[in-house]
Write a protein that binds this ligand. Structure first.
Ligand code: NAD
Length: 473
């Protein structure tokens, strides 16, 4: 959102699209169709507040593309919600889903309220009424449009949505698939909480495993030993930091809104997290030093910088001082377009948000598949796999007269739980998407940056869908 009334977020998405479209060969009509928002539903509905007042609520649901159905995208509760913003976010969802091969069109919803100004009961009434409005116009359903959480919404709101939908559509067997991000007890999937941070790790690890890319950046191949700085120790930043640390990277800097700390030898992420919880601040961590300002962390000498807090934190002012070789956009829009240009000139590799933070939507897709199949991942095969692995291991031990230790035994025998399968599906998704983007870039060196290459991949996939579907007369 911008305070400038002239600024259009949707317009800026269109500009990024146009920049990439010149590297494709699609008919201009197809490009126009890919860009267009197919359906915009703007609604107003009355809700009675706790004090007896009736308030008229403004809300939106945008379906940007139905080249694949259902449409998919979060619902945000924020005072600044407007049509332009919801349209832009819906368009980004189309491209994001295409890049990570999630077979959905893009959608987004928004309710123009500051959720902190309402009681829980009022929020429940607003959410349920919004869902009823969506049902009336067929803007929600497991086969048409599947919302998810976004700013200001979470598992609680998703539970209200699925309950409202199910009661308005009694007997609809796939009703649980009308929304994702639900609590596990209401049809949610295990592994969603850490999905975005884990997806970021898988994406960056894959980039770091590409010898040509690392050569160009003057870095050794692999994640182990890489120096990482992370901004934001929230859901995305914390999990990303943990996965990098577990893989042998050194977390040398961590930033929060109250300050930032560093240690060249590496910070222990959980110890920092605990210190912040008990002391109320990330500063004065026993095993680290304070930066003068929290933004200093962004400029610290490192291999990988992960901004995972807010948008526009790297801009024309500080971009020239960024020394990271790789920036992994964990947050949405952490770089301004001016910063993007400066970093391209410097040769920094910016791994774009649109694909790098797609772990959430990928795991949402797995949740939707679980809802349609009506069975928890792993339920059918876990014991079978364990019995078979035990048998094979027993045979090997008998034939070799040797025994594996108990830790190895556990690893070999283990049959997959839901969380194992979700992580594995996410790993496959991020590896494939990274290769598709890099291959598109290698094929056309005129493409200036990885963000544009990601858009090219998205345009080609959505374009292929439209071209193969043909135009309904
Ligand atoms: P969050 O609220 O859990 O975490 C954000 C963290 O950033 C908080 O700990 C906050 O204190 C910190 N922060 C705030 N201002 C800061 C500042 N000036 N400097 C340093 N740290 C600061 O949110 P999140 O879910 O982790 O999301 C972070 C970003 O990632 C957002 O841009 C969001 O849109 C994006 N994102 C999130 C998901 C997801 O699944 N959660 C998916 C895709 C993208």
């Amino acid at each position: 959102m911008s305070a400038n009334p002239e600024y259009s977020f949707f317009g800026s998405v269109e500009r990024s699209f146009d920049k990439a479209a010149q590297f494709t060969t699609w008919d201009p009509g197809i490009l126009e169709q890919i860009k267009a928002c197919n359906a915009v539903y703007r609604m107003k509905f009355p809700v009675r507040m706790d004090d007896g007042r009736i308030e008229v609520i403004e809300a939106y649901r945008v379906q940007h593309s139905q080249h694949k159905t259902p449409c998919k995208g979060g619902i945000r509760f924020a005072a600044e919600v407007n049509q332009d913003e919801v349209m832009a976010l819906a368009a980004l969802m189309t491209y994001k889903c295409a890049i990570v091969n999630v077979p959905f069109g893009g959608g987004k919803g928004g309710i123009k309220i500051n959720p902190r100004k309402y009681s829980v009961y009022e929020l429940e009434k607003i959410t349920r009424r919004y869902t009823a409005e969506l049902v009336k116009k067929n803007f929600i359903g497991p086969g048409t449009d599947v919302p998810a959480p976004d700013y200001g919404t979470g598992e609680r709101e998703m539970a209200w949505i699925v309950d409202t939908y199910s009661s308005l559509r009694p007997g609809e067997i796939d009703a649980a698939g009308c929304v994702t991000g639900k609590p596990v007890t209401q049809g949610g999937v295990r592994g969603r909480r850490e999905a975005t941070g884990l997806g970021i790790f898988y994406g960056i690890r894959e980039v770091c495993n590409m010898p040509d890319v690392m050569n160009k950046l003057g870095l050794p191949v692999g994640i182990a030993g890489k120096k990482v700085v992370i901004q934001g120790l929230g859901n995305v930043g914390y999990h990303a930091a943990k996965f990098f640390q577990n893989a042998g990277a050194k977390i040398i800097g961590l930033a929060e809104y109250e300050g930032a700390i560093y240690n060249e030898g590496g910070l222990d992420v959980d110890a920092v997290f605990e210190h912040r919880k008990t002391s109320g601040s990330i500063l004065n961590f026993a095993d680290g030093k304070n930066f003068a300002k929290n933004t200093d962390a962004l400029e610290y000498d490192c291999d990988i910088l992960i901004p995972a807090a807010l948008e526009n934190v790297i801009n024309a002012e500080n971009a020239p001082r960024i020394s990271a070789k790789i920036i992994g956009e964990g947050a949405n829009g952490p770089l301004t377009p001016e910063a993007d240009e400066i970093l391209i000139q410097k040769g920094t590799l910016v791994v774009p948000d649109m694909y790098l933070n797609a772990g959430g939507v990928t795991v949402s897709y797995f949740e939707w598949l679980k809802n349609l199949s009506h069975v928890r991942y792993g339920r059918m095969e876990k014991r079978f796999t364990e019995n078979m692995n035990t048998h094979i291991l027993g045979q090997i031990e008998e034939l070799t007269n040797k025994q594996v230790n108990s830790r190895e035994r556990q690893l070999i025998v283990h049959g997959p739980d839901e969380v194992d399968l979700v992580h594995s599906g996410l790993e496959e998704t991020m590896i494939t998407a990274t290769h598709e983007i890099m291959d598109a870039w290698r094929k056309n060196p005129q493409i200036p940056d990885m963000r544009t290459a990601a858009y090219v991949v998205a345009i080609n996939k959505v374009g292929t869908s439209y071209a193969e579907l043909g135009i309904f007369p």
